[in-house]
Ligand binder design. Structure first.
Ligand code: AMP
Length: 474
């Protein structure tokens, strides 16, 4: 199938062809016609499937289509709003808008927190057709009166599952209240939890459902492996693998920001160039790390789950789970960074005895047993006993004990007292309010806001049992 056969304008097809795409991906084949027709859409697609172009291309077409009634006089208002969970994803989506729309007379803007608001206010005084934003900063603008969303015709919730995970549900509802009732709604999500279905029911009207990956399945192009290893030897094994196999562009996941910092420091000491990205890093540090990683200057990027969300690096060859995620769905998201759009990738998980339960939960979710392979010289010592996994960032004064350290985090006991969304297991045996991110530091560095004004833990809105703490790390 060709892009031209989907009904997209010549200008858009030209831009896509110049980008080097020959054929639309499955999600694009399914989503583009639905969006072009003006209908609502619920799309199940994870990063790497080409979902961004799946909504950006038809939106560009619709907004530039002269036969569709647009604003008659004056400066055109914001007509498409794309909400994303993270700053990085917002920046990438807006970059796509600009690239695919380069032959059109449409103007786009990206808006996220963590940076000075004033240039954004100035930018809003000129034409913006398509706004890509994270919810927190968007609401900051609404509060300041610098943003008018009353003429939005198309709303996209990108990576809606992550937005819920990150505690944005209230913010999303506030934004919805500012939009015209009559509009087109597109919801993209990698997983279809009950919460997502509930959100979709409240927003979408007679949506077409398109789904490309199997529900909660991991992409088939990704080779997945578990390497059993002792907890204290993980760093040594990682350095060994990177050096021995000459890995480059390795995205490594840790559970906590503290763990990410520690690991990147240790890798640098081992002579491997590494940087950590997470929510406590300034936006400029995050952008710089990502740029160097993409260009190949930086060998290893160590990230927490939320920071890594939406990172788009084509053909990322290696993803390493230095620690398994507390929530099994995060495994699917993590390894979705590799094997993108048809390229092959490899995801390895370094699993110690403490993580056996987390591994089982993941295998149950993806409905397959992951192959285990012992790296010579790194066979786990059978005398080592399992210890509880620490699920939160260490507090000041905890010392440098690393990501575990005698805190019983499994049953919500490590959560901050009284913090909404905490204290109950999210799922049987799963992670709890004691997830990383309960620390005070997180509260002032919510992704997409930068203001720290709203409560990150406000998301559960009466459903704390099924919700991850909004204050999780990123
Ligand atoms: P996404 O799922 O939107 O994050 O896209 C994943 C990657 O696939 C990005 O690097 C895109 O540039 C790339 N991509 C998107 N559409 C196509 C296509 N039709 N053919 C080849 N690559 C694509």
């Amino acid at each position: 199938m060709l892009f031209s056969s989907l009904g997209l304008s010549e200008e858009i097809v030209r831009a896509v062809t110049e980008r080097g795409y020959d054929n639309p991906t499955p999600i694009q084949q399914q989503a583009i016609p639905v969006v072009l027709q003006g209908g609502d859409l619920m799309a199940g697609a994870q990063t790497g499937t080409g979902k961004t172009a799946g909504f950006v291309l038809p939106i560009l077409h619709r907004l530039s289509d002269k036969s569709v009634k647009g604003p008659s006089e004056g400066r055109p208002p914001i007509r498409a709003l794309i909400l994303t969970p993270t700053r990085e994803l917002a920046a990438q989506v807006e970059e796509s808008v600009r690239e695919y729309g380069k032959y059109l007379k449409l103007s786009s803007m990206v808006m996220f927190g963590g940076v000075n608001i004033n240039p954004q206010i100035t930018r809003l005084r000129s034409r913006v057709d398509i706004l890509v934003a994270t919810p927190g900063r968007l609401l900051d603008h609404v509060q300041q009166g610098s943003l008018d969303l009353s003429k939005v015709q198309i709303l996209v919730l990108d990576e809606a599952d992550r937005m819920l995970d990150m505690g944005f549900i209230r913010d999303i509802k506030k934004v919805l209240a500012l939009l015209p009732k009559q509009r087109q709604n597109l919801l993209f999500s990698a997983t279809f939890s009950d919460e997502i279905k509930e959100l979709a029911e409240g927003i979408l009207k007679n949506p077409k459902l398109v789904e490309v990956a199997r529900r909660n399945a991991t992409a088939d192009t990704i080779a997945q492996k578990v390497l059993p290893v002792d907890r204290e030897r993980k760093r040594e094994l990682l350095a060994h693998l990177i050096k021995e196999k000459q890995w480059f562009q390795v995205l490594v996941f840790t559970r906590t920001k503290h763990g990410a910092n520690r690991l990147s420091d240790q890798l640098n000491k081992d002579g491997i160039s590494a940087m950590a990205i997470h929510g406590n890093k300034s936006q400029s540090a995050r952008t710089r790390a990502l740029k160097e990683f993409k260009s190949g200057e930086l060998q290893v990027l160590v990230a927490t789950d939320i920071a890594a969300r939406g990172i788009d690096i084509s053909e990322l060859p290696h993803v390493v789970n230095f620690e398994l995620p507390n929530v099994p769905e995060d495994y699917v998201h993590r390894i979705g960074r590799t094997g993108r759009a048809g390229a092959n990738g490899e995801a390895v998980s370094l699993v110690c005895i403490d993580e056996q339960k987390l591994l089982k939960d993941i295998e149950r979710l993806i409905k397959r047993e992951l192959p285990k392979e012992i790296v010579p010289g790194f066979a786990p010592d059978p005398r080592i006993k399992a210890e509880p996994i620490r699920m939160r960032e260490p507090r000041e004064g905890d010392g440098n004990r690393g990501p575990r350290g005698g805190q019983p985090g499994r049953s919500g006991q490590s959560g901050r007292p009284g913090q909404p969304g905490q204290g109950k297991p999210r799922q049987p045996g799963g992670a709890t309010g004691g997830r990383p991110g309960g620390s005070t530091a997180n509260r002032s560095s919510r992704p997409g806001s930068g203001s720290g004004q709203r409560k990150p833990g406000n998301a559960s809105a009466g459903k704390p049992a099924t919700h991850r703490s909004g204050g999780r790390n990123h």
